[in-house]
Design a protein around this ligand. Structure first.
Ligand code: UT7
Length: 329
């Protein structure tokens, strides 16, 4: 028995911030940002938390599937920007949606959050522990970005993608395989210095700006290029897939150059790579489900398509998932 995506939707806050917005107060240019990252604009929510980004996408996802919300028996939220450390964002989503009789939890794997969470949802469904998992990948990165640091302010955005994971009606269609990795040695290059139990927030940590993202961009870049390309090639080999067999690569959208290096190593035609980084920047756990949702909504994914989801992020965490698409409109 395999598990599959049976519905998908996404939400982006309406407020658009172009590169020109940053040009006005930071020493940066549209040309630098485009050349180094591929990002032209991103969305920032003006209020609310990550759960508020999830709710509109979740409602649309449930409506598209045509089920009663109470049929959902588990909620997973992949995020590094939970509304609070506790309760979990999954609990807030359950409460805001008014779903009865379900359970759920958050998954913290940064940019690999969706890839880790879809693998978790698959195993819950395949083991019989859950029948209908509401799987959310969402981040309000504007809540932890230092807007006065040009090296990070321009990179991120806010957004959410939500899908339903259920038992597949055909064993060879759905979420078929995954390769997942974690290596805490990478933590030194990308982390949040304060606010956790090791260094609780205080007036001093806030004054030192330790509640924001810390990133050594070049070090992360180097590891990401190798990690994402390696794992994407590994999942192809493991499943005897050639580049011709693959319909779509859905890469985490952190940097166009990392995406291009991954596609290149997979010997993929660039037309088979989902890219929307120019519009939304890096929405962390949301990039992959937003891509999938947009492409499906635009009629560009068909039943039977071989799709590779691939990501790399803080931890380090990285992984790839092989999906054989199982939805028709
Ligand atoms: O999703 C989670 C995982 N994260 C990633 O995958 C991010 C990986 N890293 C990257 O994408 C890239 O390293 C960045 C986009 C963050 C930076 O690009 P880069 O080509 O690695 O630039 P750099 O950090 O080597 O900086 C080159 C120069 C520096 O100036 P100096 O020291 O050469 O004078 C930076 O200060 O560019 C400068 N710089 C900027 N200049 C204009 C950094 N940010 C900016 C900016 N505008 N926004």
């Amino acid at each position: 028995m395999s598990a599959t995506i049976t519905s998908i939707a996404h939400y982006l806050p309406p407020e658009i911030y172009t590169n020109e917005y940053f040009e006005k107060y930071l020493e940066t240019t549209h040309d630098w940002i485009m050349a180094r990252t591929g990002i032209a604009e991103r969305r920032f929510a003006q209020s609310g938390g990550t759960s508020d980004l999830i709710i509109p996408a979740a409602l649309e996802c449930i409506e598209k599937r045509g089920i009663d919300k109470d049929e959902i028996d588990c909620i997973l939220v992949a995020t590094v920007t939970p509304d609070h450390f506790f309760p979990s964002t999954a609990a807030l989503v359950q409460h805001k949606l008014g779903i009865k009789n379900c359970w759920g939890f958050d998954i913290s794997a940064a940019c690999s959050g969706f890839v880790f969470a879809i693998s978790t949802a698959k195993s819950l469904v395949e083991s019989g522990m859950a029948k209908k998992v509401l799987l959310c990948g969402a981040d309000k990165m504007s809540s932890i970005v230092n807007f006065n640091d040009r090296a990070q302010a321009v990179l991120f955005g806010d957004g959410a993608g939500v899908c339903l994971i259920e038992k597949s009606n055909e064993d060879n269609l759905g979420i078929l395989d995954q390769i997942l990795h974690i290596d805490g040695l990478g933590g030194q290059y990308l982390h949040q210095k304060a606010g956790g139990s090791a260094k609780p927030s205080s007036a001093e940590t806030v004054a030192a700006q330790e509640h924001y993202i810390y990133q050594d961009g070049q070090a992360v870049f180097k590891h990401a290029v190798k990690g994402m390309a390696d794992v994407s090639v590994d999942i192809m080999k493991k499943n005897n897939l050639t580049s011709d067999d693959i319909s779509w690569l859905v890469p985490h959208q952190a940097n166009l150059r990392i995406i291009a290096a991954t596609a290149n190593r997979m010997e993929l035609n660039p037309e088979k790579v989902m890219i929307n980084i120019e519009k939304y920047g890096n929405t962390t756990a949301a990039t992959i489900p937003i891509c999938l949702s947009e492409w499906y909504q635009n009629g560009r994914i068909n039943k039977g398509d071989n799709i590779i989801l691939s990501s790399f992020g803080a931890g380090f965490t990285w992984g790839a998932v092989y999906v054989k698409w199982n939805m028709n409109d």
